[in-house]
Design a protein around this ligand. Sequence first.
Ligand code: ATP
Length: 515
Amino acid sequence: MSQPDSSVMNRIVSLCKRRGFVYPASEIYGGLNGFWDFGPLGVQLKNNLRDAWWHAMVECSPTGPDGKPVSIVGLDSCIIQHPQTWVASGHVGGFADLMVDCRETKLRYRADHVVVKEVFFVPKGKQEAVSLGILSALDGDEAPSAFAKKAKKLAQKAGGGEVLPIDLEKADNLTTISPDVRDRVIGPDAETAGTLTEPRPFNLMFHSYVGVFQDEDSKVYLRPETAQGIFLQYKNIVDTSRVRIPFGVAQVGRSFRNEVTPRNFIFRVREFEQMEMEFFCPPEDGMMWYEFWVAERMRWWESVGVKKENLFRHIIAKEDLSHYSRGTSDIEYLYPFTAPNFGELEGVAYRTDYDLTQHQKFSKTNLEYIDQEASRRYIPHVVEPASGLTRGVLVMLCEGYQYDESRASPEWLKIKPSLAPIKAGVFPLVNKDGMPEVAEKLYLDLRKNYTCQYDAKQSIGKRYARMDEAGTPFCITVDGETLKDQNVTIRNRDTAQQERVALDKVSSYIAQKLV
Ligand code: ATP
């Protein structure tokens, strides 16, 4: 199938804008880098994905290794917590990315996101290749063209010649080169070499002040993850609800990170939502639950419509694990901008007793669990599946995006019906002859149970196209025949096939297909 010129990602971003899934935040003021708003369709999709996660975690939790459903309860904790929280968790001391500033352009980059490569060319009339300099660019699918453009410019400046092929496959980045090499690098947006500073840690937490005074004592942080709120309420939950170890606490909510280089649409942003669950278990069962949750989470992503081959379990090598982790696996997805590589969607980490031990130490509150039956007390171990809701929506959009020139709308979204923002479009074939009345009645009836849209404008083909772009699985048309035989036409988004269904069976038809 022929594809238009623009990259898949650009097309997804523009479809999202055009159809009201995702808009740049503060757009009328020129936008704010790293912030995106969810429009009418986007918020529906996001809520549906969030609800599916909540249902699979809290309301209908999976069956555990013992054949019984695991016990998981919910929580909604504050974005702002006691500042000691972040000292105890290690975020104040260590939650930092290495970044470099460019003295020429005043721009700031995350050091591991800048690819660096020496580029060579053969000057006009010469045989031997000579260096054009050490170039750099933000990694990702734009990097090769950025390198090529810069190399061409430098070659022209040097009197013209042929630039040798630039292979970025195994290129260095600003964290893997020596200081002398760094001093010769031309920054991603700079003209001259040697304007990049040495990489320095940059804390990713946003801060603010509570109360009227703005001093160190009133400084608070916007949470960079939802997890810590769960640890702070772990004791209250054990004391007040009927959960017994092993059990989990799930939470969905906003997190904030002052990312140095937000990019790739809603993949890496500064304000986002996470869906996190902390699973508390006896120390000796930690590894078992870690394996259980990795498998379970991979299965869940498949259950919401992600193809198995687009998911990848990246087991973090022992030497790269955080000091408190005994095992971490990233569940990765084949994003258009990372392909052929995969990028993180969710992290499943066996965090041992690190967080509770730290909070016990800093808060001086005993956080031991008392196992009455076994007559022992211990700090539970924790396995954490932590995924991004914002990033999950991106995966739904990337996975659902289809291009087929033979259809009414070449671009359409194949989203799992139960997650689709609109479940059914209801149309009168023409806006007269009694059809609108029947269609409106059907719409008013269906909207009690499903998100529906009534559309009587333009040709039926255009209405199908609009619904295809929104990812609506069913289009229901009331036509002249309906008035005689009480049947409507239901068009299936994925097959474009139509079938006649009795008016009074439409609701149960949709219910059956919404899996
Ligand atoms: P990355 O390596 O991509 O920066 P991370 O390993 O720091 O992510 P975690 O702290 O494990 O991420 O957070 C759990 C999940 O939260 C991630 O898998 C991702 O889905 C989501 N997430 C983290 N940072 C961001 C962000 N800046 N924008 C959107 N989602 C994010």
